[in-house]
Design a binder for this molecule. Structure first.
Ligand code: GLA
Length: 663
């Protein structure tokens, strides 16, 4: 903070304060009143759903401007935003002028809130782009903790550029400081038992004639021995690894029984194998390079990730896909020579850049571990990162991806809109219908992941164009604002979800993330991470870990290996949770599971811990019901009519409710 920013201002105070400051009235503190612009606080503690906080400029770096009025000073932010401030009970007032920045050209809707010691002191109501600015002038005497909040106005964060212009805290004595939310990260998942347990998907789809690969995921003291009864002819199980391979030529369904045993016991589970055109009968689970390595990704990162699936034990919980995102292909217009190379081979097929010398060896290694491999391209001439992609080469690229041995393609709209112009759903569907057809013509199964950020309400038609999953939103970042506004805005999309076709609210932002090359621990608190994984599991979302798997700490590993939570995500019925209750700062979401029981998330979106309640009536169930805490894997007993839990700030209690067993 500069002296200029802390302006001692007794002279400009209202008469009473000026007199008090001058010593004419007795006051507890003799310090002069001072002003602290919020831009002088440590803004690394400010979280927002997009971009970085702008000091005296908008989130996109323009001069601050609301409804045509320019402001020289203030904070340019973006919903969902939170800035917690320790006032040390020394502040007297907060003044600011707020609104949507003019750079959105009239778009965007947000609500500014000022929270003092857990109570709402001021709210702007929902403000839209071009609305006249609103002034805040509120007393803060006696308040210890202030939180400046911008919500998305209830409709997602697109264009929600929020300006806190001329925002100043007046104080006497100790200066306000940004508050670190210092919640301990509590490990909740109990350690896996030494006795065998079979985890992960209970149903798997394969097309007739395609290579089959499925690993029976199991925990328990090693060595484990695997067996299968009623495995269809054409498939074989490796007894020491649990990896099932082979080919099935006839359409139909098979009910195999797999076992995993060790010196301490034996676990048994049914595995349904469906031979048809449908893939991804449960949401894909795996890892993707983007949220950690982004444009810095190399082949070594992918080998290391695959090895980490095995070493860290992720594979034993059903984690399967190892996916390369953007930047595996040439980008000659880049200063980085490791991206340079011939874009296509003589026969027109896409080449990898020199960072990926042998894709085939890479996928072979991944497959040898019982895992699957994913890759990325765009229907435009270049990817979002500017690398060469599949425009006018769709057939050749699909063939290349299949020859290399990939099992998954993320197909990202990116530059397509720059070369192909059009309108309406047919325009949005066209490149996906084209590539979907090319993938289906390949002699191996390639899961098709659409990435076009939800345009044209893709959840209503993604399945028709052959999509196995489709992004419903823009890109996630590791902030409460981004994750919560994406996650809690998925209500209504459940119409499009089911076995083989899933809504994708983007990849997980837990562990060490950073969009390469430098990484940092996720900025989500422990409770926010429980909310993230619980909500994505309830939503039947693809679970793609976005962090550096070589840096998995105990908390993150624990978060990703709770088999009862994963079972919610992988439930074979494939329903996506519905929002049952939307309170002011709490929500309840419920997902019906295959056996008729329900997984229920009680979420607290507020700043203080609070009780959240769900009645059996609201779940369309009747009591008495048995309640189980899924994160702690603990029974909570029988409840007649309802369940209530105290839920921490930004946290969740995830339960399963079921009819009690008949005595
Ligand atoms: C888009 C996608 C991201 C990532 C990048 C790669 O932003 O939404 O998930 O694939 O492109 O450039």
């Amino acid at each position: 903070m500069t002296m200029d920013q802390v302006r001692h201002c007794a002279a400009s105070l209202p008469l009473g304060l000026a007199l008090a400051a001058a010593g004419a009235w007795p006051m507890a503190s003799t310090a002069a009143a001072a002003e602290q612009p919020i831009t002088a606080l440590d803004l690394s503690r400010c979280t927002q759903g997009f971009g970085e906080p702008g000091i005296d400029k908008s989130v996109e770096g323009h001069p601050l401007s609301i409804a045509g009025t320019h402001f020289a000073h203030g904070l340019g932010s973006h919903a969902e935003m939170q800035l917690p401030i320790d006032l040390k009970k020394a502040a007297t007032r907060f003044t600011a002028t707020v609104g949507v920045d003019d750079e959105t050209d009239g778009k965007g809707s947000i609500e500014f809130r000022v929270i003092g010691d857990g109570k709402r002191l001021w709210s702007s109501g929902v403000m839209h782009g071009k609305d006249a600015a609103k002034s805040i002038d509120i007393p803060l005497a006696g308040i210890a903790k202030l939180i400046l909040v911008v919500t998305d106005g209830g409709d997602g964060i697109a264009y929600d550029h929020a300006d806190w212009s001329d925002a100043v805290i007046t104080y006497q004595g100790a200066a306000p400081e940004s508050l670190v939310v210092n919640e301990p990260k509590v490990v909740l998942t109990p350690k896996s038992a030494p006795t065998p347990r079979i985890n992960g998907a209970k149903v798997v789809g394969v097309r007739p004639g395609s290579p089959f690969l499925f690993t029976v995921a199991a925990t328990g003291e090693r060595p484990l021995h695997f067996e299968a009864v009623d495995l269809p002819a054409g498939l074989t199980l490796d007894g020491s690894t649990g990896i099932i391979t082979g080919v099935l030529t006839q359409r139909g369904e098979h009910d195999a029984v797999v076992t995993a045993s060790n010196a301490l016991g034996k676990a048994t589970r049914h595995l349904r194998i469906v031979v048809s055109d449908r893939l991804a009968l449960t949401p894909p689970m795996g890892w993707n390079s983007w949220n950690c390595f982004a444009s810095a990704v190399t082949e070594a990162n992918i080998y290391a990730a695959a090895d980490a699936f095995v070493k860290a034990g992720l594979r034993d919980h059903g984690w399967t896909y190892v996916n390369i995102d953007d930047f595996w292909m040439p980008k000659n217009r880049d200063a980085d020579a490791t991206l340079h190379g011939d874009e296509r081979s003589a026969d027109g097929k896409i080449n990898a850049n020199p960072r990926f010398p042998s894709m085939k060896k890479l996928t072979e290694r991944i497959h040898s571990l019982g895992l699957k491999a994913g890759i990325y391209s765009s229907p435009g001439p270049t990817t979002c990162g500017g690398c060469v992609s599949s425009y006018h080469h769709e057939r050749l690229d699909a063939e290349r991806i299949a020859e290399w041995g990939f099992d998954y393609l993320k197909y990202d709209w990116c530059s397509y809109g720059e070369v192909e112009k059009g309108e309406g759903l047919e325009y949005l569907k066209k490149p996906y219908i084209l590539m979907g057809g090319m993938l289906r013509a390949q002699p191996r199964d390639i899961l098709f992941s659409l990435c076009q950020y939800g345009m044209g309400d893709v959840w209503n038609w993604g399945e028709q164009v052959g999509g196995n999953c489709w992004r419903t939103t823009g890109d996630i970042t590791d902030s409460w604002g981004s994750m919560s506004s994406i996650g809690f805005n998925q209500a209504g999309h459940e119409v499009g979800a089911g076995p083989g076709h899933w809504n994708d609210p983007d990849m997980l932002v837990v562990g060490w993330v950073g969009w390469g090359p430098s990484l940092h621990p996720t900025r989500l608190t422990g409770n926010e991470q429980y909310t993230h994984i619980s909500l994505w599991s309830l939503l039947s979302a693809p679970l793609l870990i976005g962090c550096d798997l070589t840096k998995l700490d105990e908390f993150t590993l624990n978060l990703l290996t709770n088999d009862e939570v994963i079972e919610v995500n992988q439930d074979p019925a494939g329903f996506q949770a519905r929002r049952i209750i939307k309170g002011d700062e709490s929500e309840v979401w419920a997902k019906t599971l295959e056996d008729g029981s329900k997984a229920v998330g009680l979420f607290n979106l507020g700043e203080e811990e609070k009780p959240v309640r769900i009645s059996w009536h609201d779940l369309e169930l009747s009591g008495p019901l048995h309640v189980r805490d899924l994160w702690r894997q603990q029974d909570l007993g029988i409840q007649e009519d309802a369940f209530q839990a105290t839920v921490p700030r930004h946290g969740v209690v995830l339960i399963k409710v079921a009819k009690p067993p008949v005595p």
